[in-house]
Design a protein around this ligand. Sequence first.
Ligand code: KIV
Length: 266
Amino acid sequence: MTARRPSLLEKMKDFREMKRRGEKITSLTAYDYPTARLLDESGIDIILVGDSVGMVVLGYEDTTQVTLDEMLHHTRAVARGVKNALVVGDMPIHTFDTPVEAVATAKQFVEAGAPAVKLEGGQSHVAHIEAITQAGIPCMAHIGMLPQQVRKEGGYKVKGRTQSEAEALLADARAVEQAGAFSVVLEIVMAKIAEQITNAIGIPTIGIGSGEDCDGQILVTHDLIGLFPWFTPKFVSPEARVAEEIRKAARAFIERTRAAGLGRGD
Ligand code: KIV
């Protein structure tokens, strides 16, 4: 007999239970069918179709150029490859400017196969998170360094260095929990502050470059497997060098193809 798959509500409850038990939640990004299927078969808890696709797949300078159509296209591919993990669709910039727009966008992600969504924002986005969760769609919040604001911020800067920044982050985390978010990503937050936030709220914190004490960890898969060798964030320890393997295979193919043609030209 095959085991019954947990419902969406049960999955959400599981994440809170995992936090309570001190069991770490694992999350990686995917943008295509084979990667999603491989991650799912490996037992990952959450697959994020991140708007990081813009940088590591589409060749944009940052995530601010990513469109909703692009995100939905990649979400459909990922959804086809996933049986167990929770697929979360990342709402791109300017697709959730108002709560009404946020719900409309979230519904498109659900139709594309991501039953949950993520948005960047804390206290500023309480009404948006409330509207999404009231529409029955689980919402992951994202605070700390917000890549969609990188141009305004002038770079990817560590958050929580000053007392006022740390207090604002804590207020953000409390606000998104209160608004109904099922979890919150903490991006490049000082490890001590990330730990304080993790201890202060009931929903799981999912850290990226924010120390070991978050309830879970997320990484861009291309960083983890060394598939985007032109830039690796400082906090990432790659587990593989896939870019090197691709170069090696391509060079071997080029050599064997050219070798087969030698001497046939005259
Ligand atoms: O777009 C993305 O991949 C993300 C994660 C890095 C959290 O937002």
